[in-house]
Design a protein around this ligand. Structure first.
Ligand code: SAM
Length: 314
């Protein structure tokens, strides 16, 4: 989907999805009906999740035991790959309820922790949750199909049910995660092929991902672990693990975070007012402390450097 159609779709769906949500309906379902499709577009996903922002923190507070089980399980899977020198990224981190719990349970505190979500509101709630839980991570807005980071710039890339709503785009999602990962990609996602018939029917009706293992293998990835998890919040959405290690040939020596423009793939220089690409004159702004790094956020500001903004700001 190109960016112009994204903007048009946002205009078409914003009012109707909000009204559907207020009526207590499923906003994604409303969007699928309006667009006469079985799949969830990025814009529909963004609006639907943004409308629900705050609900994951409310759930985490009302059922701390469930959160604890979930985060313990993920930390145990990630532990062998995280050292004190590592950079770790949660893709589609929502309100950081998983990210904060995982960070607090890892044996080694990684040198850098990052999380991004397509929804600004969820990142904003996430920052408060991180603070409340004394965890520290860099949160930003981005699209998992165009991650604003350089190749192999994060050692450990993981998801927790964030590829889930992107049925039909499995290949593009896995390709992008493999690009950004330096050592390992850990997908914690519902595994359609291992699910019951009832769960499969539900997953199909929600436009959820399928064929993750076959897709990864078709891309040449070697899947090292593939199974359902012991603990799962909803048996009709069975959480599983798919672990992909980068091969020796494409293993990065040391991951350093390099920001890159999601539109032109040129390097971005960070400062307090935004992320600037000297090669293109494009800047991505920061809203209330949260970098906006989707291609739709690009602002052409060729004079940003010339007027010394790069030097003026800390
Ligand atoms: C089911 S929630 C899980 C949130 C979080 N990972 C957790 O464990 O609590 C799925 C999240 O994925 C995000 N998401 C879905 N598609 C995305 C995309 N294309 N780019 C970035 N985030 C996305 C949604 O906004 C939502 O916050």
């Amino acid at each position: 989907m190109n960016n112009n159609s994204d903007i048009t779709e946002l205009g078409d769906l914003a009012i109707g999805m909000r009204a559907a949500y207020v009526r207590g309906e499923n906003a994604m379902e409303y969007a699928r009906k309006m667009s006469n499709t079985d799949v969830n577009s990025s814009v529909a996903t963004l609006i639907a999740y943004d409308l629900q922002a705050g609900s994951y923190i409310a759930n985490a507070k009302s059922d701390p035991k469930a959160r604890e089980h979930w985060c313990n399980q993920l930390a145990a899977i990630l532990n062998p790959y995280v050292t004190a020198e590592s950079a770790i990224l949660e893709v589609g981190c929502g309100e950081a309820t998983t990210l904060a719990g995982v960070l607090n349970r890892l044996n080694n505190k990684p040198m850098q922790a990052l999380g991004f979500d397509i929804s600004w509101s969820r990142c904003a709630h996430g920052l408060t949750w991180l603070k409340e839980n004394e965890a520290s991570a860099r949160l930003f807005v981005a699209d998992l199909f165009d991650i604003p980071l350089g190749d192999a710039s994060v050692d450990v890339v993981y998801t927790s049910h964030s590829i889930e709503p992107n049925g039909g785009r499995e290949e593009a999602a896995i390709k992008e995660l493999l690009r950004v990962a330096g050592r390992v990609v850990v997908l914690i996602e519902p595994l359609y092929e291992l699910a019951s018939a009832n769960a499969q029917a539900r997953m199909r009706s929600h436009g959820y991902v399928q064929h993750l293992k076959a897709t990864a293998e078709s891309l040449g990835a070697v899947v090292h672990d593939y199974r359902l998890l012991d603990y799962c919040a909803n048996p009709l959405n069975p959480s599983g693990l798919m672990l992909i290690k980068k091969t020796a040939a494409n293993l990065s020596k040391s991951s350093t975070i390099q920001w890159r423009c999601p539109l032109t793939h040129t390097p971005l220089i960070e400062n307090s007012s935004g992320f600037f690409s000297p090669k293109t004159g494009i800047i991505y702004p920061v809203l209330a402390g949260i970098p906006l790094l989707r291609s739709n956020h690009a602002v052409v500001a060729s004079s940003f450097e010339q007027l010394n903004f790069l030097r003026r700001l800390p």
